[in-house]
Every structure is written in structure tokens, then in C-alpha cells.
Design a protein around this ligand. Structure first.
Ligand SMILES: [Zn+2]
Length: 479
């Protein structure tokens, strides 16, 4: 028997590190801080990509591609941006056997090079809005890395749009965070909280940062996608100006928004349990696995079981259900059951000679761990509905968990006593110093000012100054 996973309650962090490798999502790379995404992990990313990409296109966005290397001087044009990214930049100084005249930065994000190109492409209000997105890799030289959550190189999409007015750009920023919210809920079964970042937590150079925050099974928060309104900061730094309708020169208003392979970390930690991953069916690389059972030397039984297993698989495929027949040799059925449980496949079918005799199949549900016997002539017909139910049960489980661990506190003693294992909804004064003091005392940071939520009803939970926000804000420990 393979070594069991460390239980989440014993050491959540050890559980995470073990399951990433055991479930074949990723492997260590020879270069510190980067990772190899293995086929099972990459198939999950492809499903994330495919569905999000369609949502972007449905709202009028087009994909394009910018180069990996950006001249160093571009970063120096927007002061806050360079300040925010300087410590994480990886820089190419030599190429072709010579030192380069100007060092080239491996993109940590592409606002600067995109700004440079937009200044050439945008001349008139007729050129607006520009609604572009790119799927790419980026590099941020992180000191402490963890697979999917924080790696020096990661995959993402970055949307970059330019608009005539502040109102239009703000509406775009909100539209895109709403798309992330819907995607998280409807595809990943993750009930994120959508909100605005406080000033101290904003993206470098942004005027407004919107975020989706997901609660993990250890109750910590994970920022799973962000959408930024940049005002005219980048337009001024890169001279992206246009002739407006009154024939005057004006700067465009820009936005950027991104979701990365970090989202895989949210799926792992937002749903997984002591047995391993639990894949949300709408993104699962394998939705149904069929494990054929027969004795090694019984060729007749093997043929009958395999024929039926392949037949079921083909009928499920015809319904666009992602199905796999586990034909691996030299492994016991018990080992295979365990393996697919670890990989979080929502539904497993077990089929052996006895089942064939009775015209039945055993159906195992990864979420409630129940096994039931289903008639062979019914199993294909019920599957799409079972996967739908699985999605809704998973979403409900995550929603209940989030709500049970979200509590209102109105004094700092209660704050300190409840911050472990909870998200705290509090009145806050909005001061960065006050946020920093809370972080120093408790390691909790302001996650967001929810777009919808409970109205502020008193003074700052820490310093007693007047609340700065209309709604109570969320403090939590975060990844
Ligand atoms: Zn305060």
C-alpha cells in the first residue's frame, strides 16, 4: 500500500505539498522555484482556459500575443509600477555571447510593453475601446515558492483594455471581476467573495483593484483573480493619447485583469479532503473513471468486462462526458480505487464478472463516498445528471463551509481570539498604518471590501476611528 496522505487537520500545508505530487498535477523542476505541470494538471488548466476564454470572447475581447522580453527602461516610466515589481524582476543582461546595450526584463506582467504599443495603435476615439487579452507565461522572482500558489514562472491570462472615459473603464473592471466570480462559482464550484482591495493592497499603479477571494479548507483566503482600473496612469507614462469627440487630445483610461495557474491551488485547497483532491465536474480532466475487475488468468471474463467497459465509455463520450477506462496492468482494483480517489475523479464505476451476471455496475461518488448498485442499462442515462448534482453539492459544501467560518467581530480582543480559522467581518478606518498593525499582531490582512455585504455599523475594530467604508471589510490570513 502507498503511504497515506498527511491528514489536513494535522498539517494542511504538508497535505497540500503531498497531494500536488501524488495526484500527478506537477513535479519539481531542476530550476528552483519553477515547476513542471504534468498532463493531469495541464488538462485541468486547459479546461480553465477554454471556459474562461469563451467568456472573454462572448464579452467582445480578442486574443493577441506580446513578446516575453521588455526593455528595462519601460519599467522606469511608471514610478509605482517599477517600485512594485523591482525586487521580483528577472533580467537578461547577456545574449548572443555579448552584454546587451540595454538589459531586457522577462515580463512579470505586460502593462508597459502593451502601453508602448497602444500609444502607436490608438489615435482617435474611433480606435476605442481596445479589448485585448493574452494567454502567456510570466516570471516573478519569488523567494519562497510553492507549486501553483507561488512559482517564479506561471501561466495566466492578462486582459488589457483602453477606453475613452473613466466610467467605461470602471464598468469594464467590474464586468471582468464579475466574469471571474461567475467562472469560479459555475465552473469550479468555488463561492468566492468579490470585493475591492484597500489602498495598501492595490496592484502597483492601479486606482482601483477588484478581487475574488476564495476560502480554503483551512479557512485561509486565497486571492484567485484580480481586475484593475489604472485611471490614466499608464496612458500618461506611455503617452497613450487620442483625439476625442470634441477634437481635443485626451489620455485613455486603461484596465488590466488576470487569472493564473494559482487558480489550480484554489481548486486543490478549496475542495480537497484527507483522501485527496475533489475535482469540480465541469473542469475535471476525467469526470468518470471505469475500473474493470477480473482475475489475471481468466481471459474470458477479461474480454467480457473490457467489452462492456469500453461500450459504456463510448456511450458516455457520445454525451461529451470525459471518461477514462483504467486499463493499467499489474495493479489491484483496490490500488486503482485509491489512486482515482486521490486524483478526485467525481464518479467511479466498478465493473466485474459478478456485475455482468447481474446486469449491474457499482457507482462510487467521490463526494459522499457512497457506493450504489445501478442497472447497466440505466448507468449511461443518469450520468450527466449525476455530474450536475455533484457540482451543486460541491458548491453547497464550500458555501456552507465559508459561511460557517465568516464571523462579525466588533472588538480587537475578539478579533485576536477568532482570527485563527475564520474570516472576520469588521468595521475599519481605512488607514494603512492600522492595517499594518493588525497584520503585525495577527498575520491577518484586509482581503477586500465586499461589493455586497453587511453595512458598517460602528468604529474601527482596532483603533476606534470612524469606519472608512460603507460595508464591513474582511480580514483573514491568506496564501
Ligand atoms: Zn483603524
Amino acid at each position: 500500500m502507498a503511504k497515506k496522505l498527511t491528514p489536513q487537520s494535522q498539517d494542511f500545508s504538508a497535505w497540500y505539498n503531498e497531494i500536488v505530487y501524488k495526484a500527478d498535477l506537477a513535479d519539481l523542476s531542476p530550476v528552483r522555484g519553477s515547476m513542471v505541470i504534468r498532463p493531469y494538471g495541464f488538462a485541468l488548466w486547459e479546461n480553465i482556459q477554454k471556459n474562461l476564454d469563451q467568456m472573454f470572447k462572448d464579452t467582445g475581447h480578442e486574443n493577441l500575443y506580446f513578446p516575453l522580453l521588455i526593455p528595462m527602461s519601460f519599467f522606469e516610466r511608471e514610478a509605482k509600477h517599477v517600485e512594485g515589481f523591482a525586487p521580483e524582476l528577472a533580467v537578461v543582461t547577456h545574449a548572443g555571447g555579448k552584454e546587451l546595450e540595454e538589459p531586457l526584463v522577462i515580463r512579470p506582467t505586460s502593462e508597459t510593453i502593451i502601453g508602448e504599443m497602444y500609444s502607436k495603435w490608438i489615435m482617435s476615439y474611433r480606435d476605442l475601446p481596445l479589448l485585448y487579452n493574452q494567454w502567456a507565461n510570466v516570471m516573478r522572482w519569488e523567494m519562497r515558492t510553492r507549486p501553483f500558489l507561488r512559482t517564479t514562472e506561471f501561466l495566466w491570462q492578462e486582459g488589457h483594455t483602453a477606453h475613452e472615459t473613466a466610467e467605461e473603464a470602471e464598468a469594464e473592471t467590474i464586468q471582468m471581476v464579475n466574469i471571474y466570480t461567475k467562472f469560479a462559482r459555475d465552473y469550479a464550484a468555488i463561492p468566492v467573495v468579490t470585493g475591492e482591495k484597500t489602498v495598501g493592497e492595490r496592484f502597483a499603479g492601479a486606482k482601483m483593484t477588484l478581487t475574488i477571494e476564495a476560502m480554503m479548507r483551512d479557512s485561509k483566503a486565497l486571492q484567485a483573480g484580480t481586475s484593475h482600473y489604472m485611471g490614466t496612469n499608464f496612458a500618461e507614462a506611455f503617452d497613450i493619447s487620442f483625439n476625442d469627440k470634441e477634437n481635443k487630445q485626451a489620455f485613455v483610461h486603461t484596465t488590466s485583469w488576470g487569472l493564473s495557474t494559482r487558480f489550480i491551488g484554489a481548486i486543490i485547497m478549496g475542495h480537497g479532503d484527507d483522501k485527496g483532491l475533489i475535482m469540480p465536474p465541469r473542469l475535471a480532466p476525467v469526470q468518470v473513471v471505469i475500473v474493470p475487475i477480473f482475475r489475471k488468468n481468466d481471459a474470458e471474463a477479461k474480454e467480457a468486462v473490457m467489452t462492456k467497459a469500453n461500450g459504456i465509455a463510448n456511450e458516455l463520450k457520445a454525451q461529451s462526458i470525459r471518461v477514462k477506462v483504467d486499463t493499467r496492468q499489474g495493479m489491484s482494483p483496490g490500488f486503482k480505487f485509491n489512486d482515482w480517489e486521490q486524483k478526485g475523479v467525481p464518479i467511479r464505476l466498478e465493473l466485474g464478472p459478478k456485475d455482468l451476471e447481474n446486469s449491474t455496475v457499482v457507482l462510487a461518488d467521490r463526494l459522499n463516498e457512497a457506493k450504489e448498485t445501478v442497472a447497466l442499462d440505466r448507468v449511461v442515462g443518469i450520468m450527466a445528471d449525476r455530474l450536475e448534482q455533484f457540482h451543486h453539492k460541491l458548491l453547497k459544501r464550500a458555501t456552507d463551509f465559508r459561511d460557517e467560518h465568516s464571523i462579525e467581530v466588533d472588538n480587537y480582543e475578539d478579533f485576536k481570539a477568532s482570527i485563527e480559522g475564520n474570516w472576520l467581518l469588521v468595521n475599519h478606518c481605512g488607514s494603512e498604518d492600522c492595517e499594518n498593525q493588525i497584520q503585525k499582531d495577527t498575520k491577518a490582512t484586509p482581503r477586500c471590501i465586499p461589493l455586497e455585504g453587511i453595512k458598517s455599523d460602528g468604529n474601527c475594530v482596532h483603533c476606534g476611528e470612524k469606519s472608512a467604508y460603507e460595508r464591513k471589510i474582511i480580514f483573514a490570513k491568506a496564501y
